[in-house]
Every structure is written in C-alpha cells, then in structure tokens.
Design a protein around this ligand. Structure first.
Ligand SMILES: Cc1ncc(COP(=O)(O)O)c(C=O)c1O
Length: 433
C-alpha cells in the first residue's frame, strides 16, 4: 500500500467515526423494542477497515473473532458460521458423521427437545431424518422439566438438544447426568444465552456442542452470524469440515498444503495423490462467516461484559416494577444454581386474568413492543401439520400449550435505560389498574 492509500484510509475512518457521532440518536423513551443492536463507531470502523482490506471472506477477522469468543467462553474450539440456525444444523449434522461409529445419529433415531421454542432448534433433527421427541416445560423458568426428559428416553434416543430459554439456563446438572447415564449427545442451543452462567461456568460449555446466534436481536451481533463451540477435537474437526463443503483438507482460506502432503493422500477410491483440497470426507455445505461480519463481532466482543451487566440490571429493575402485577402474571424465575444473562423478560398471564391479544395490542399501541415465546407449541404450527412431520410427544404438553396461549415477553436489552423501563411499567399500569 502506498502513502496515499494509507492517508485516504485514515481520512475515511475518521469520517466514519464523525458520521456515527453525528448520526447517533438515543432510543426514544416511548419506543421500546424487545431487542436491538447496540454499537458505536468502533463496529463501523472495523467493518469499513475489513471492506477496504478486500479479503471479505473468512480470514483474519474471523480468526480474531473466534479467538475472542474462545477466551470468553473458555472452550477449546469455536467455529464461526453464517447464522444461529446454521450453527444448530451444523451441530446436529456433525452428530451424524460416520466418524462417530455406533453413537452417530441415523435415520429414525430419536432426539429429545421441547416444543416451546424456536423452530430452528428443532428443524435440524428432521433434516437429518431423526424424529423429534417433545417433553413439557416449566412455567416461570420456561425450560424443559428434567423428569419429563428422563421419561422420554428410549433405546432409540441418541441426543438431547435444548435452548437455554430466553437466556435462562436449563437444569444442566440433571440433563448432563441423564446424557452420561444413557450415552446421549447433548447440544446446548445457547443462541439466547451468551454470558449466562450455570454453576459458575458459561452456558454452552457443558454439552458436546453448543451454538450462538449473532443476529442483531442477540447478546452481540455480527449482522447475520453464529458459532458452534465444543471442547472435542473430533467434533470440531467434523463440524469444520461440514461447514467448509465437507472437505478433508483443513487449510485456512487462501492457504495451500498445510498438511505438507497435499499431493500425497490416498482416500476413498480416488487415485493416489488426488489434490487434498478436493477430497471430501463429509456431506458438506458452505456455512462460513465472512470477515465483514466477524469485524463487527470483534468490536462487539469488547462490549459483551458490559452488555451482560446491563441486561441483568434491567431485568432486576423491571422485575421489581412488574412484581406489582403478580396477581396477573407468573413472573420469570431463574433456574436454581444459575445466573442468567436474560434475553428478554417473559410473563405468563394467569388463568382468566386478562386477554393476551388485547393486552399486547395495548402495549404495542403505546410503543412497548412484545414477542411471543417463539413458536409456542411448535407441533401446532402450520408447517408441522402441512408437512405431516413425524414426531413423538413424551407425556402431555400442558404447560407448552399455556405458553402458546398466555406467554409473551418484553425487552430488557442494553440499549434501554430506567426511563424506558419506567415507561413499560406505566403502560402495564394503565391497562391493568
Ligand atoms: C433459541 C434460538 N435458536 C436459534 C435461533 C436462530 O438464530 P439465527 O436467527 O441467527 O438463525 C434463534 C433466533 O433468534 C433462537 O432464539
């Protein structure tokens, strides 16, 4: 790069910072999103720097992001991908690998999960030809009932995949014990729970594999993006290969001959010396994160601890305010032995206390946005019915149906201050008084 280019770059980055500082506006007090990205000029500077560098695909920013996430979580391997849904798919797909022998998930095997959740926690199970088995959940924590999970286990069960609902850790102690006793894989969908702790350790570090989403609603963002993490060398190797077209070669993007014998391999029925770059040992895709996304993520990682602190403070403040309405609602409850980094503030309307649709229309009319607990009862969604999806229900899904009918959540994301939460309280009071 010549001096001119350096100078121009410096000017551009200065202008980017000036632009941000001039364009930035505070969140209005009477418009309360459930979630939104929180960023400053650093994300924009990284993004523009990465774009000027011209590499764009998976490269040095993706490696730096991976390193920061690894250090935060204290895990051995992080595999950045293009979304949280891809991360869930990659995790379940990795568990079908022939490299796992008898433990691998095959067509017709069962994977236990819950129906009160996000569709792409569940869809990868069907995608690999396995059968989802649904267990009921608790109200208050909104996580699976461990005893229902236990009852759902059969000789066909190969794995359990559960989300830490809205950031609230599920009963990792009991679920891990079940996995160990029955030789089951555990996948933690940590998409809504980055920074939540269980027994003093980050969620996402207990299972065989775990996933994050970096869609703007989440704890940190990379625009679109996600990650798979694991402590297992074998699972990380499989997942990386499936992420990268299924290739056997592990060269970084743009590198050749990392193994030192690029033309010396003899695999499958290919001729001896077939270029390792084009040898495929898994059924792969391309699910990589770009450097542009990762550059945003690098700046977000530096803010993560602050975001988590603010989410906890906002949750505690809103809890204290909305406790006044405990006759109307089941208030959220942290799982025993956990410190949630809450994604949202869930409430369930007590039987007959008020009409959810009318109440949510009131809140939305006041600028207080609301969300449902994702799919409610996923088995009642049109796609489950239209595609005649084969599933098994372990026991009744009584609480799942209550969630479908009576639960919703409001925001506590780090862009909100006390004045926003006071406004939320006011909108509740106006309707319920
Ligand atoms: C629990 C859970 N899992 C998976 C996802 C999917 O993540 P993405 O939107 O990045 O595909 C979401 C999305 O919000 C989610 O809440």
């Amino acid at each position: 790069m010549n001096d001119d280019a350096d100078e121009i770059k410096e000017k551009i980055l200065k202008l980017v910072a000036d632009y941000h500082n001039s364009a930035y506006t505070r969140q209005p007090v009477n418009k309360i999103p459930t979630s939104a990205k929180v960023y400053d000029e650093k994300e924009l500077i990284n993004l523009v720097t990465a774009s000027l560098e011209g590499w764009w695909t998976d490269g040095k920013w993706a490696m730096l992001f991976e390193k920061k996430l690894k250090e935060f979580l204290h895990v051995n391997f992080v595999i950045p991908v293009n979304s949280g849904s891809s991360a869930n798919f990659l995790s379940i797909k990795a568990l079908t690998s022939a490299k796992l022998g008898e433990r691998r998930i095959r067509k017709g095997d069962e994977v236990i999960t819950v129906a009160a959740g996000f569709p792409t926690t569940i869809n990868p199970i069907m995608e690999v030809g396995a059968v989802p088995v649904f267990a009921d959940v608790e109200l208050g924590t909104y996580n699976a009932k461990a005893e229902e999970i236990e009852k759902a286990i059969t000789p066909k069960t190969k794995a359990i995949i559960l989300a830490h609902t809205l950031g609230n850790p599920f009963n990792l102690k009991k679920i891990k014990e079940l996995c160990e006793a029955h030789n089951l894989w555990l996948v933690e969908d940590n998409c809504d729970a980055l920074g939540s702790k269980y027994d003093g350790k980050c969620t996402g570090t207990f299972g065989d594999l775990a996933t994050s989403s970096f869609y703007p609603a989440h704890h940190i963002t990379t625009a679109e993006g996600g990650a798979v993490y694991t402590n297992s060398h074998l699972l990380s190797k499989i997942a990386k290969s499936i992420r990268d077209w299924g290739r056997d070669c592990w060269c970084l993007t743009g590198k050749d001959n990392t193994c030192g014998k690029r033309f010396g391999w003899h695999l499958g029925k290919l001729p001896l010396g077939y270029d390792h770059k084009f040898i495929y040992s898994e059924i792969g895709y391309n699910l990589k994160m770009t450097d542009l996304q990762a550059a945003i993520g690098v700046a977000q990682m530096d803010k993560l601890e602050g975001f988590i602190k603010k989410r906890k403070e906002n949750f505690a403040y809103l809890y204290q305010k909305l406790s006044e309405f405990e006759d109307f609602f089941i208030l959220p409850e942290a799982t025993e032995n956990s410190e949630p980094s809450w994604f949202g503030f869930p409430l369930t309307i007590k039987e007959g206390r008020t009409d959810r649709t009318k109440f949510l229309q009131h809140l939305n009319g006041k600028g207080v946005m609301t969300r449902l607990l994702f799919g409610g009862n996923i088995t009642k969604q049109p796609y489950f019915i239209d595609y005649k999806i084969k599933y098994r229900q372990a026991g009744d899904l009584e609480n799942t149906d209550i969630i479908m009918n009576n639960t919703f959540w409001v925001g506590i994301y780090p862009g909100l201050e006390k004045e926003h939460l006071d406004y939320v309280y006011g909108a509740f009071k106006e309707y319920l008084k």
